[in-house]
Each structure stands twice: as structure tokens, then as C-alpha cells.
Design a protein around this ligand. Structure first.
Ligand code: TXA
Ligand code: MG
Length: 323
């Protein structure tokens, strides 16, 4: 007989459940929480045991470092070397979907496991009251990858987290659907030129306007030394095959439409990229649960948030190599 899986504990975010979340985190347990991008699987970033538990719960390869979440820009200072360029971006885009990769500060309390042994650490201040309250309740920075099994579609609802991680997480704080829907932009500021490691919620155009210089783009297929291992070719993948740039669905396929076209589901009938980003992962999950042979996706324009959407779609469609 199969053991009955223990259901994950989902609690609406409120002062009581937030205090409970803070207590669990201080004990080294894992708490899933909403951010403006996707749900995160949080653990104490300064505790090796908690960080190891995150990798274990996700089935994530240990070479893929985690983002460290803070409740205000000042809280990043003891963790990483913050230069003027970083300070300007924090002032402009925090709280918000921008992650900065910065040199690890000597004496930084962040677990070396969290940064996968790199001499840099990724930091971000999420724009969600529940996330910020939880970090404050824990009283320490939180390492938090997206709260899904490694390689799978990211969660934008508390139920997605429960489906994906179940009892691997001590508590799931429910804050409703995530507003942005794609993960944060990851920008590497460890070199002389800013380098875009992952397109995300803050568009490359806005970063370039603020910095006054074009961003370097990480070579997507640098397999020898993935600077941002989230750049692995296959990622964010549903179980069904995904076919890109579809004009119509073939027999048996579900069609994920964009713009004024009929489809099984439509990312945004008005062709609005913000709406499409917010719908992307939930719609991929819904189609993945259906009786289809594949998911065909109509083209999405390659500018603004479209960069992040197309990045996730390309990885969802990439040949699977789960090792
Ligand atoms: O929106 C988000 O960023 C969400 C929410 C929960 O905050 N988090 C998230 O985490 O997407 P995760 O672990 O799924 O993605 C983190 C990305 C990966 O691509 C990882 O390789 C990269 O950030 N990263 C983390 N630390 C890094 C570092 N020191 N150097 C380069 N890349 C790093
Ligand atoms: Mg992820």
C-alpha cells in the first residue's frame, strides 16, 4: 500500500500565520510565501541546514545558487559589497523584481551553500507585503528559490506550491495570485559592465535607461561555466511537449494564444505583455493537466516583458535533459 501523502499546510497570510512562519524559519524549517513574481520556498539564508533542506526539497542541483531576500536595502549591506551603481538600482527598483549579483562581503553571514560556493551572492527585496513581513518576522535574510521542484513550472498560486512540494514544506502562506507572474530579472554587477543573466520582471530597457549603458547578455549556451545556472536549457517545463511559434493547433494539441486569436487559453486577448506574464505559468499548468498531446504556443513579441516570457517558453520547449 502506498503511504497517504501528508497534505501541505496552507494558511492565509495574517499576523498569526506570519509569526508562526517566522518561528519555523528561526528553527531552520522551510516556509513558502508569495512574492510579486512567483511563490518562494524560504529558509534561513544564514543556516547551512536550512539551505541544504531547500536544495533537497526542490531536488535542485547544488551548483545552482539561491537568491537571498532582504526586507530593505540596508539589510543587504552586511551580506554583499554594495557599490554606487548597485545602490542607485536599489533606490530605483527596490522593492521589486530585480535581483542583483554582487561580491560576497568578507564575514558575510550567508551560508556558502546558498551561493553554491561562488564568491558572489544574489540579493533582492521583493515587492510583496507578506514576503517583507515574513523576512522581518524571521529576523534574518531568507534564501528562496521558486517553490517548485527543480526544472518544473514556477508557482503563482499557493495551490501550485502544495501540488509541487506537498509535505516537503512546513507551512505555505497564501497571499493569492502573484501580480507579475515571471521571476525577477537577474543582473550581474560583479564585473565592470552590467550583465543580464536572466530576463525578468524589470525590463532590460528600463535597466539600460537607468544605467545609461547597454547590458551585456550572458551567453545562453555557456555550458562549461553557467554564470547563472537558471540558464540551463530545459527549465520551467511542463510534462507535455511545448511547440513554439504556432499559428494554429495541430490535431490533439492545446493552443495557448496571444492577441486576438481563438485558443484553448489566451495569455492576453489584448496583446498586453503584463497580463500575459501574469497568466503564463498558471495557464501552462492548466493545459499540462489536460488530455492533450502537446502545448502549442503562439508567438509573443520580443520586447519589454516579452523577453522574460519568451525566455521561459524557450526553456519549456527545450529538449529535456533531466540528468
Ligand atoms: O522572482 C524570483 O527571483 C523568485 C522569487 C521567489 O524571489 N526566485 C527565483 O529563484 O526565481 P530561483 O532560485 O528559481 O532562481 C535564481 C536565479 C537562478 O537562475 C540562479 O542561477 C541565479 O538566480 N543566481 C543566484 N545566485 C547567483 C549568483 N551568485 N551568481 C549568478 N547567478 C545566481
Ligand atoms: Mg526557479
Amino acid at each position: 500500500m502506498n503511504p497517504v501523502p501528508v497534505p501541505a499546510l496552507i494558511e492565509p497570510a495574517c499576523p498569526l500565520s506570519l509569526a508562526e512562519g517566522g518561528r519555523l524559519l528561526r528553527e531552520g524549517r522551510l516556509v513558502a510565501f508569495p512574492t510579486e513574481t512567483v511563490y518562494g520556498l524560504g529558509g534561513d539564508a544564514t543556516c547551512d541546514r536550512a539551505v541544504a533542506a531547500i536544495f533537497e526539497a526542490k531536488g535542485r542541483p547544488g551548483f545552482n545558487p539561491l537568491i537571498v531576500h532582504v526586507a530593505d536595502p540596508a539589510a543587504a549591506e552586511p551580506l554583499v559589497e554594495v557599490d554606487d551603481r548597485a545602490r542607485r538600482l536599489m533606490a530605483r527598483f527596490w522593492p521589486g523584481p530585480l535581483t542583483l549579483v554582487l561580491p560576497r562581503r568578507a564575514g558575510s553571514p550567508v551560508s556558502l551553500l546558498a551561493s553554491a560556493g561562488l564568491d558572489s551572492i544574489a540579493v533582492r527585496m521583493p515587492d510583496h507585503p507578506v514576503a517583507l513581513d515574513l523576512i522581518r518576522a524571521a529576523g534574518r535574510p531568507l534564501a528562496a528559490p521558486s517553490a517548485n521542484r527543480s526544472g518544473a513550472v514556477s508557482p503563482t498560486l499557493a495551490d501550485h506550491v502544495a501540488d509541487s512540494l506537498g509535505a516537503r514544506v512546513a507551512l505555505i502562506l497564501d497571499g493569492g495570485p502573484c501580480r507579475v507572474g515571471v521571476e525577477s530579472t537577474v543582473l550581474d554587477l560583479t564585473g565592470p559592465r552590467p550583465c543580464l543573466l536572466r530576463p525578468g520582471g524589470v525590463t532590460a530597457e528600463r535597466l539600460e535607461a537607468e544605467l545609461g549603458e547597454p547590458l551585456l547578455r550572458a551567453a545562453a549556451r555557456d555550458r562549461t561555466a553557467p554564470k547563472s545556472p537558471g540558464m540551463l536549457d530545459s527549465h520551467y517545463a511542463p510534462a507535455l511537449p511545448v511547440r513554439l511559434n504556432a499559428a494554429t493547433a495541430a490535431a490533439g494539441e492545446a493552443l495557448l494564444a496571444f492577441g486576438p486569436h481563438p485558443g484553448t487559453l489566451n495569455l492576453s486577448p489584448d496583446g498586453n505583455l503584463e497580463e500575459a506574464a501574469a497568466n503564463l505559468f498558471a495557464m501552462l499548468r492548466r493545459l499540462d493537466a489536460g488530455d492533450w498531446s502537446a502545448i502549442a504556443v503562439m508567438p509573443v513579441p520580443e520586447h519589454g516583458l516579452g523577453l522574460a516570457i519568451n525566455d521561459r517558453l524557450r526553456r519549456a520547449a527545450a529538449p529535456r535533459d533531466r540528468r
